[in-house]
Structures are given as structure tokens and as C-alpha cells.
Design a protein around this ligand. Structure first.
Ligand SMILES: [Zn+2]
Length: 382
């Protein structure tokens, strides 16, 4: 991963390049930002740049012996730690070295995935990802090795919030008195879950969600998507490149359109069975990421409708036209059905992630949403 291959975040690239150029690489850094903002991709490009033997002004050379090792993520001075778990009780996995091959191929495919994607690729998406106490011993052992190429030793820790407390404590001590020429790069989506004692020892760099144009540029250049499809997918993905990459892999996608949402709400409310069956058929033919994204958007629209109903329009981030449409619909979402609707949609999202049968799921979900939309406001209780 070269800097030029990392989507957007040019200001952060500049900061990191300057650190190296000025020989002021800070020994412990925390890259944090929302899913799909590219923290992990940037960490890979940064590590490569630190180790490159023929650094260019703005990027690694891509051709030296260090870069060639980074092409396969097998540089001996670059260590990676990430959450793992066992596939079954027979083969117990406690440290990430045992899954390094899977991890490298996941990263080489693209480094914008989330924890769920990683665990799913291992077939253990129902388990937690952990960085074990044994891993702490491994980290210290690796840092005590002499460097292979005489330069920096880099320790990338993906999702440090998954660390066992023993490992976190051992890490604290090293962060306080780091071995010479050692760089820690911690990468997380949830800095609030990190111990404050760790946060106070690292230099934090915040990644923002990518802009539509940054995502569209990446999709055209790195995934060779057409301009039209790149822009369509970017518009749907709310700055999350992980989602954009998944949507790009599907044949067609639903537009980010309030009309689609309102159509479904009308069909559910009126319980028009022929229309409902047609809608369910169409929806079930879309890919899973589209279906999940549609549910996420429905949740957003319902939350916004509730805010409008509660006369809190200041919190709603919509165009005037969309707002006008949503205001008309808003009386149908109120304190007596909103929580149940959110719960039904959350459950459906969760089931889709676990490969539920889409047709049955959307049929049942539509009936449930229809019943809830027809639930009256209980004025006595109100
Ligand atoms: Zn190089």
C-alpha cells in the first residue's frame, strides 16, 4: 500500500510524510476514525514509508527490497497484532501469528474492512475478537528482536480496545519507555473504549469520513469502476469506503432515495398484498449489502421522521424537498411505535448479516412494520 493508493485524507498523508522527512516520527500514534475512513490503509502506507530505502518526496519508492517485502506484508521489522478467536474448540487459537496468512490476504484484498468482516472471513462472526494475554508476551518478544534491516521496528495494533487487561498493562509500560527506534501504530474505530492511560501516551490523529469525491476517485482508480457507478455508490455510502466497496461488487443498487423508503412504508401501511409481494420479490433479488444498506437508511428516515413529529426539525439533515415529504409522513412515527420499529429493523439487519433467507425476512418485516404503522397514539397515556 502506497500513500497514493490510500483514499483521500491528504492532510494526514502530509503530516505523516513530514514526520519521516524531518526525522520526527512519534513513537506511539493512534489513528482513529469511523468505519471505512482508511485508518488501517494509512497505517500500512506509513509503515512502508518509514522502512523504504529510497523514499520519494511524497511516497515510498515501491521498488526497494523493503517495499518488495511490504508488497506481501512480510517485512520482518513490521509486526501486526489484531483480534482473533478459535474456529472451534479442537483448534484453540490464542495469538494472531496463527492466523497471519488469513490476515495478510484479507489486507491485500483491501484494508477498509471492519471487525465483523474479519471474523466472518474466518467463519467465526458469532464470536468476539480478542487480543489475548499471551499476545502481550509475543509483543514484547518481537520488540526485543534485533531489527532485520537496521531501521525502525513497527508494531501495528488493530483494535487495541480488544486487548486483554494484562496485555494493555504491559503495553502501557512499553509506551512509557519505548525501546529505541520503535513505532507503535494503534488503529481503532472506537477510541472511547481505550483506556485513558493508553490514550494519554499516544499522539492521536483523527480520520474523518471520506468525501463523495474522494471515494469516487478511489473507486475509479483502484477498483476501475465506471465514473457513473463510482459516483452512484459513493453517494450511497456516507463516507464509508468499506460499504462502498461492498456495494460496488453488487450488480445493481438502490438509490439513496426517500421515495423508495416512502413507497415501502405505504405498501406496509395499506397491506396491499399483491404490491407487497412484488416489492418483496424485487428486494430479495438485490445483493445482501444493498439490502442491509436499505435497512440502515430506513432506520435513518424513521428516526428523522420521529424528530419531525416531535417538532425538532433542527436535528434533521435533509434537503427541503425531502423534508417536506418526510413531514407528511412523520405523524405515523411516534413514541408508541418507534422503538418497536427500530428493534424490528435492527433484528432484520443482524439476520441479513448472518445470511437469513431474504424473501421470508422482508415479508415478515413488512407485516410487522405495517402493524406498527397502524398502531395508534395512546392519547390517555400520552
Ligand atoms: Zn522503497
Amino acid at each position: 500500500m502506497l500513500f497514493k493508493q490510500v483514499a483521500g485524507n491528504n492532510n494526514i498523508k502530509e503530516i505523516l510524510i513530514q514526520q519521516v522527512q524531518k526525522n520526527r516520527v512519534s513513537h506511539a500514534q493512534l489513528f482513529f476514525g469511523p468505519e471505512g475512513s482508511g485508518c488501517l490503509a494509512m497505517a500500512l502506507a506509513f509503515a512502508r514509508y518509514i522502512c523504504c530505502h529510497q523514499k520519494q518526496e511524497n511516497d515510498s519508492c515501491g521498488a526497494c527490497s523493503s517495499c518488495i517485502k511490504f508488497d506481501k506484508l512480510v517485512h520482518p521489522d513490521f509486526h501486526m497484532v489484531f483480534p482473533v478467536n478459535s474456529r472451534n474448540s479442537a483448534s484453540k487459537i490464542t495469538t494472531c501469528d496463527e492466523l497471519l496468512t488469513d490476515w495478510r490476504s484479507m489486507l491485500l484484498n483491501h484494508p477498509y474492512f471492519n471487525l465483523f468482516d474479519w471474523l466472518k472471513s474466518l467463519g467465526i462472526e458469532n464470536k468476539q475478537g480478542n487480543i489475548s494475554a499471551e499476545e502481550g508476551t509475543n509483543i514484547i518478544r518481537k520488540l526485543n528482536l534485533t531489527t532485520y534491516e537496521g531501521g525502525y521496528k513497527i508494531m501495528l495494533i488493530w483494535l487495541p480496545e480488544c486487548m486483554h487487561p494484562t496485555t494493555a498493562n504491559r503495553l502501557l509500560k512499553i509506551l512509557e519507555e519505548p525501546p529505541e527506534k520503535t513505532v507503535f501504530i494503534l488503529v481503532t474505530e472506537s477510541p472511547e473504549q481505550l483506556l485513558s492511560t493508553i490514550k494519554s501516551r499516544v499522539q492521536a490523529i483523527r480520520f474523518r469520513p471520506l468525501s463523495q469525491s474522494e471515494m469516487s476517485f478511489f473507486l475509479q482508480n483502484e477498483l476501475e469502476l465506471s465514473q457513473e457507478k463510482s459516483e452512484g455508490v459513493a453517494a450511497l455510502s456516507d463516507g464509508n469506503l468499506n460499504l462502498a466497496i461492498k456495494l460496488a461488487q453488487e450488480d445493481s443498487f438502490i438509490k439513496k432515495d426517500i421515495a423508495d423508503f416512502l413507497d415501502w412504508m405505504r405498501i406496509c401501511y395499506s397491506l396491499n398484498i399483491p404490491k407487497l409481494l412484488e416489492w418483496v420479490n424485487n428486494m430479495s433479488e438485490l445483493g445482501r449489502e444493498n439490502q442491509k444498506n436499505f435497512i440502515s437508511r430506513t432506520l435513518q428516515f424513521l428516526r428523522q421522521a420521529l424528530l419531525l413529529n416531535l417538532k425538532l426539525p433542527g436535528l434533521v439533515n435533509l434537503s427541503e424537498e425531502e423534508k417536506a415529504q418526510l413531514i407528511k409522513f412523520s405523524p405515523f412515527v411516534h413514541a408508541f411505535n418507534s422503538d418497536d420499529m427500530y428493534e424490528a429493523l435492527d433484528k432484520a439487519y443482524y439476520a441479513l448479516e448472518r445470511n437469513a433467507h431474504a424473501k421470508m425476512l422482508f415479508l415478515n418485516l413488512s407485516f410487522k412494520i405495517g402493524r406498527l404503522l397502524n398502531r395508534r397514539v395512546n392519547k390517555q397515556v400520552a
